[in-house]
Write a protein that binds this ligand. Structure first.
Ligand code: CO
Length: 212
């Protein structure tokens, strides 16, 4: 049996078992989605969000790309954010980076004009901003620290965006948190505290030394 055939078989078994346990499950989910969180994470196959936080299907609106970048010039990122915040009224946003990230490693090791290289230029910009601190570290520590700094930078990008700022201005609940996942022990570590308002964001960027 090929991998794809195996996947299709797994799917049929999964759907059958769900229907046996909860006959109304698919009818309920089909009506509408009401996710509690927008998850911006890395495409890495080891960091799928539902499993990491044990939330059921329908709970997480997901955007993933290489090195969990929230790029302000990327229509895909912006469309996901707009839909999540303005339409679905998702009250929480998690930006999740991870140690051992191939995108972070690539940003440290080479540059070029292939699509991946161009995409992770955004991580290189984070490296440049914190060059002094990072160059003082050994290879492993540097990669781990850049993964953390990249999460801060993406949280910063997110909070700089009009969609988020307007939501806060009109009093919509929107809590934003950066976290880092350790693939060695399965644990998520919060980076800073939840940003829930323009005031929180002000305090956040003062703390990490970035301008709003
Ligand atoms: Co990664």
């Amino acid at each position: 049996m090929t991998t794809i055939q195996k996947m299709l078989e797994n799917n049929r078994r999964w759907a059958r078992e769900i229907r046996q346990d909860d006959p109304d499950f698919f009818r309920r989910l089909a009506r509408a989605q009401n996710p509690e969180v927008l998850w911006i994470g890395c495409s890495d196959s080891r960091v799928g969000p539902e499993r990491l936080v044990s939330l059921p299907m329908g709970s997480i609106f997901v955007h993933r790309n290489i090195a969990n970048v929230f790029a302000l010039n990327d229509l895909n990122c912006l469309a996901v954010l707009e839909y999540a915040v303005d339409e679905l009224k998702v009250p929480n946003v998690i930006v999740c980076g991870h140690y051992g990230c191939g995108g972070i490693q690539a940003a440290l090791e080479h540059s070029g004009i292939q699509p991946v290289d161009l995409w992770i230029d955004q991580v290189r910009m984070v490296f440049q901003k914190h060059r002094e601190e990072l160059l003082a570290l050994d290879r492993e520590a540097c990669s781990r620290r850049l993964a953390e700094l990249n999460v801060y930078a993406q949280v910063h990008n997110l909070c700089s965006n009009t969609i988020v700022r307007e939501a806060w201005k009109r009093g919509q609940e929107l809590n934003i948190l950066g976290v880092i996942y350790d693939i060695h022990d399965g644990l998520l570590k919060p980076l800073g505290s939840e940003i829930r308002s323009l005031e929180d964001w002000q305090a956040f960027h003062e703390k990490i030394g970035l301008q709003p």
